[in-house]
Design a binder for this molecule. Structure first.
Ligand code: ADP
Ligand code: ZN
Ligand code: ZN
Length: 761
């Protein structure tokens, strides 16, 4: 037996795995993730390493292979646990072990950690005074100044000495050489959470909140580590409940990770945690430098932090005794990584928790189909908050059929109902949020005569019009002058489809000149902090209307908002994607949930071209149960996740011909290894309830197809889908495909990635 080993990841670059022979005495005991001592390098120095995998075959010269010394008995290091997690990720999501390791291990960056340096006097008082005399006699003024200062205070801050006393490094070095002082160094970790004085507000938990907390606490204290789905309507106080659960865990000396989508990770949210857990809270976000992120990881590892808050990647915080992982807004697509390994934070969290004896709490007002499906099957424990925390009512919702608006002569993007309600709110000095649910739709140029849409020559996406009059590609940045004549038919009736956030802002200002309007989208939030600035301006009621994309619907609490308008609810329905219904339902529910969170009740207007679509209908009725029932039966019928599983094999290449050839081979091979799968699919589609046992584990292969956008920056893209009832069937096929790709050099020019249960197709 042989083991794959990665050598002391703290110092070496993570680019090579070494094979070692497993001595007989360790066979059966040695497992992936363990820390071992191995001879390494020319001198066979005993070095720490981590087992990343075990195999029966050796890929190297058998006579040269070294043997593992021993399993390290010093107690498992946190890295070892994360390596075991990486091995699981590689297995379940594809890619290489190195890619998985890079995902889970905090990697020391080149950037120097910030050191705190001090000077310490080594001489006694008498000797010190003698030295001082000596320097004064010799007119060595700088030395004398430093000596005098050290006699006053035997430990001095280095910066103070160099900046305030104006003493240079050679002087310090000279005294160091003479044995007068020593330079001490201590690493200080930067803490990105700034202090405030505010105390946590006292909360009287509602009966519902209390019962969720009690259930969790009882289980936890009884040693049960479960995954809980906290399904609570918007404003039901989920965050307060998480904090109470975290308190339970922290009081037992354990640590907690809280995942929050980056966009909802605002100053206000962090402060809520800070007020409860003080400076034992740390955050991670994309605005921290790599050095700062590393520092946060090291603080966590050193036990200086109890609660780490951050987006997806905070899941890999190396806590010594992890007690709980909370995933807020569990349904958010950003929890799925878009880089290999394309892991989902939810499943990976559950796995990490299992390995380390921690619990998991998933929270959402609109649980993902995956989470609710598991909860219904009893894999997760369902905790419900059916009411808003201060018993506010949910908003009243009006659905407006835009087709009818047009028929009745209203050509504005604002329906009559919405205009009427906006008028009312502006008069009452209450606030309004207008929400457009798709950015990619804004400002594209199409011909009214022939329907031609102007696209990017390098990417198959439409170009968007910018205020400066140019047309741009959002994928590659390609820019050209705006067209005035259709390149296809020569018609002059070519123009912008006006439905971007910028256009809406203009329309609102035109219709309601008295209104103060703020806009939040990709364009207005490009600068650092602009996101927070817009939100706090709106929270301070410096504006009446906030216009924005999905950014504005995420978990913000604006008590004075009593009207929400969803301008074109179905934009997200017109995507050719099995999750589009779910996405639409979630966005609409979250948007509607922004209204009426304060004292006054709220209203919402949903404008749509498809009022009869079940996702729109159930969102308007705020009826998750009804939505879930419809959606899950569709997934079951079609064999989509979570009912069954789907593997997308993404293939890309600059040479289209080569790409198509490669895809044909991949498809053939996938068919071969997946057996006679179509039959099972056909039988099922024909309404046959029970699929014969021998075909149950088989998979269906679909494609190659275009992944919607089939060219980006002149690189062509294809996708092959493989569908199977069991996840393991797909990981098996993935393993075979990876081997096939590795041994056939024809695939070298192609990039091939695996995406399990993709967030979209
Ligand atoms: P969610 O995360 O479910 O949207 P939050 O935890 O943000 O809800 O709660 C919404 C608001 O209600 C917050 O300002 C919160 O402090 C407050 N809140 C929650 N529970 C209570 C309670 N039991 N009593 C008073 N206020 C509460
Ligand atoms: Zn045309
Ligand atoms: Zn482009």
């Amino acid at each position: 037996m042989f083991a794959d080993i990665i050598i002391d990841i703290k110092h070496e670059r993570l680019d090579k795995i070494f094979q070692y022979r497993i001595p007989e005495r360790l066979e059966g005991e040695l497992e992936a993730g363990m820390e071992v001592l191995v001879p390494f390098g020319k001198g066979n120095r005993r070095t720490k390493g981590y087992v990343t995998g075990i195999s029966e075959t050796c890929d190297y010269d058998l006579s040269k292979i070294k043997e593992i010394g021993d399993i390290s008995r010093e107690g498992v290091e946190i890295e070892a646990k994360l390596i075991a997690l990486a091995a699981w990720m590689k297995e379940n999501y594809g890619g290489t072990m190195i890619q998985a390791l890079k995902t889970v291990l905090p990697i020391k960056q080149k950037e120097n950690a910030r050191m705190k340096r001090r000077l310490r006097l080594l001489l006694g008082e008498e000797e010190g005074k003698e030295k001082l005399e000596f320097y004064l006699q010799k007119s060595q003024k700088a030395r004398a100044r430093l000596m005098a200062a050290l006699l006053d205070d035997p430990v001095l801050d280095y910066d103070l000495v160099t900046k305030k006393l104006n003493i240079t490094l050679p002087v310090i070095r000279a005294l160091e050489e003479q044995g007068v002082l020593e330079i001490e160094e201590e690493q200080v970790y930067r803490n990105p959470v700034k202090k405030t004085e505010q105390a946590a507000k006292k909360i009287m938990f509602t009966e519902e909140q209390m019962s969720a907390i009690r259930r969790f606490r009882q289980d936890y204290e009884n040693g049960l580590r479960n995954t809980y789905l906290l399904y609570g309507v918007t404003g039901s106080g989920k965050t307060e409940v998480y904090m109470e659960m975290i308190r339970t865990v922290v009081e037992m000396g354990k640590q907690a990770i809280v995942l929050i989508p980056e966009i909802a990770l605002t100053y206000q949210t962090v402060m809520r945690f800070y007020r409860n857990f003080g400076d034992r809270v740390s955050i991670m976000n994309s605005r921290l430098s790599p050095g700062e992120r590393y520092d946060q990881m090291m603080r966590a590892k050193a036990g200086e932090v109890d609660v780490m808050i951050g987006p997806r990647s905070a899941l890999f915080t190396p806590f010594p005794d992890l007690g709980l992982i909370v995933i807020d807004e569990e349904h958010e697509p950003t929890y799925k990584s878009e880089q290999t390994p394309r892991y989902h934070a939810r499943e990976t969290a559950v796995r990490r928790a299992q390995m380390e004896g921690a619990g998991v709490v998933l929270g959402s007002a609109t649980p993902s189909l995956e989470a609710m499906y598991r909860a219904r099957k009893g894999e997760y424990i369902l905790l419900e908050l059916k009411n808003r925390s201060r018993m506010q009512r949910l908003a009243d919702v009006y659905t407006v059929d835009l087709r009818r608006e047009l028929r009745e002569g209203n050509r504005s993007i604002l329906s009559r109902k919405l205009q009427e309600l906006m008028e009312d709110r502006l008069e009452k000095k209450e606030q309004i949020m207008l929400f457009l649910n798709r950015r990619g739709y804004s400002g594209f140029v199409s011909c009214r005569e022939c329907g031609h849409v102007v696209k990017c020559p390098h990417c198959s996406v439409s170009l968007s019009v910018h205020r400066d009059g140019t047309m741009r590609c959002h994928y590659c940045g390609y820019t050209r002058a705006k067209v005035t004549v259709c390149p296809e038919c020569g018609s002059r009736h070519i123009g912008e489809f006006r439905a971007g956030t910028q256009q809406i802002e203009d329309i609102v200002k035109e219709r309601f000149p008295q209104a103060r309007v703020l806009r939040m989208d990709m364009d207005t939030t490009r600068q650092k902090d602009s996101y927070e600035k817009i939100l706090s301006a709106f929270a301070n009621e410096e504006a009446d209307v906030l216009v924005g994309t999905q950014m504005i619907v995420k978990g913000h609490d604006f008590p004075n908002v009593t009207l929400v308008g969803v301008l074109a609810a179905d934009m997200s329905l017109y995507t050719d994607d099995y999750r589009s219904g779910e996405r639409t339902f979630q966005l609409l529910t979250q948007a509607v949930g922004r209204a009426g969170r304060g004292e006054r009740p709220g209203e919402a207007v949903i404008q749509t071209y498809s009022p009869e679509h079940y996702a729109v209908e159930t969102a308007a009725a705020q009826d998750y149960e009804a939505f879930y029932a419809q959606e899950i039966s569709y997934r079951e019928l079609m064999g989509y996740p979570p009912a069954e599983h789907l593997l997308a094999v993404l293939v890309s290449c600059g040479d289209e011909e080569l790409l198509d050839k490669g895809c044909r081979y991949l498809r053939e091979y996938a068919l071969r290894v997946s057996g006679n799968a179509r039959k099972a699919g056909e039988q099922k589609a024909a309404g046959q309830k029970t699929v014969p046992e021998d075909t149950r584990k088989r998979a269906a292969v679909i494609g190659p197809a275009s992944p919607g956008i089939d060219k980006v920056k002149d690189i062509y893209r294809r996708v092959i889908y493989i569908k199977a009832p069991e996840y393991d069937t797909l990981t098996g096929i993935k393993d075979r495909l990876e081997q096939y790709i590795e041994i056939n050099s024809g695939f070298n020019k192609m990039r091939i990635q695996f995406d399990f249960d993709p967030m979209g197709i």
